[in-house]
Design a binder for this molecule. Structure first.
Ligand SMILES: [Zn+2]
Length: 188
C-alpha cells in the first residue's frame, strides 16, 4: 500500500505536521472518500481539523479512477481496467459512484447532455453542472448543481442507449467529461 509522508503547516497554529497519506484506495474504501474523511487531518499540536487535497487512485473490479495526478498511479496497471483521470473532486466522486453502480460514464455524459436540453430555460440559467448522484430500482438520479434540484431518467432508457452504442476501445488513462465525450460516443 502506497503511503507517503508529507509536511504540512497547520492553517491555524502554523506548526509543521508530518502527515501520512495513503494514495491507493480500493472500491471498498469509497465511503471515506465520498464523505471526505480520507482527506481530513487533525493538527497534532492545536487539534484544529482541516482537509488536505491530495492525489489518489481508487481501483475497483473493472475500473481505475485517478484524482489529480496521473503519473504516479499508472505503473503496471492492467489494460483491461477502464482508466479515468479527474481534476475536480466533483468529477472524481461522480466517476466513483457510477462505476460502482456498474454504469458507463460515456453513456451517462450523453444522458446528462440530453437531460440538460430538456430543462426549461429559466432552470438552464441556474444549473452549473449536472452530476450523476445514484440510482434506485428503476431510475438514475442526477443532481443539478447550482439549482439544488434532482432529476432522473429510467434505467430502461440507459439500457436502451447502452445497447445501441458502438463500443470503441479506449487506450490508457483518459479524461471523459461533458466537453469531450462526443469523441467516444456513437449510436448504431
Ligand atoms: Zn495547529
Amino acid at each position: 500500500m502506497a503511503l507517503q509522508k508529507i509536511d504540512v503547516r497547520c492553517p491555524k497554529c502554523n506548526k509543521k505536521n508530518r502527515i501520512k497519506i495513503r494514495q491507493e484506495y480500493s472500491e471498498e474504501d469509497m465511503s471515506i472518500i465520498l464523505d471526505k474523511t480520507a482527506f481530513k487531518h487533525t493538527c497534532l499540536s492545536c487539534e484544529e481539523t482541516w482537509y488536505l487535497d491530495y492525489s489518489m487512485s481508487v481501483t475497483g473490479k473493472d475500473f481505475l479512477v485517478i484524482y489529480k495526478k496521473e503519473d504516479d498511479f499508472l505503473e503496471n496497471k492492467e489494460e483491461k481496467l477502464r482508466m479515468r483521470l479527474c481534476h475536480s473532486f466533483e468529477e472524481f466522486k461522480e466517476k466513483l459512484l457510477l462505476f460502482h453502480d456498474g454504469l458507463d460514464d460515456i453513456v451517462i455524459e450523453f444522458i446528462k447532455d440530453f437531460l440538460y436540453r430538456q430543462l426549461e430555460d429559466s432552470l438552464k440559467e441556474e444549473v452549473r453542472e449536472i452530476r450523476y448522484d445514484g440510482c434506485n430500482e428503476t431510475n438514475l438520479i442526477f443532481y443539478l448543481l447550482g439549482a439544488k434540484k434532482s432529476i432522473g431518467c429510467t434505467k430502461e432508457f440507459y439500457e436502451r442507449l447502452n445497447e445501441k452504442r458502438k463500443q470503441k476501445k479506449i487506450k490508457g488513462c483518459v479524461e471523459i467529461n461533458a466537453s469531450n465525450y462526443h469523441q467516444y460516443f456513437r449510436l448504431r
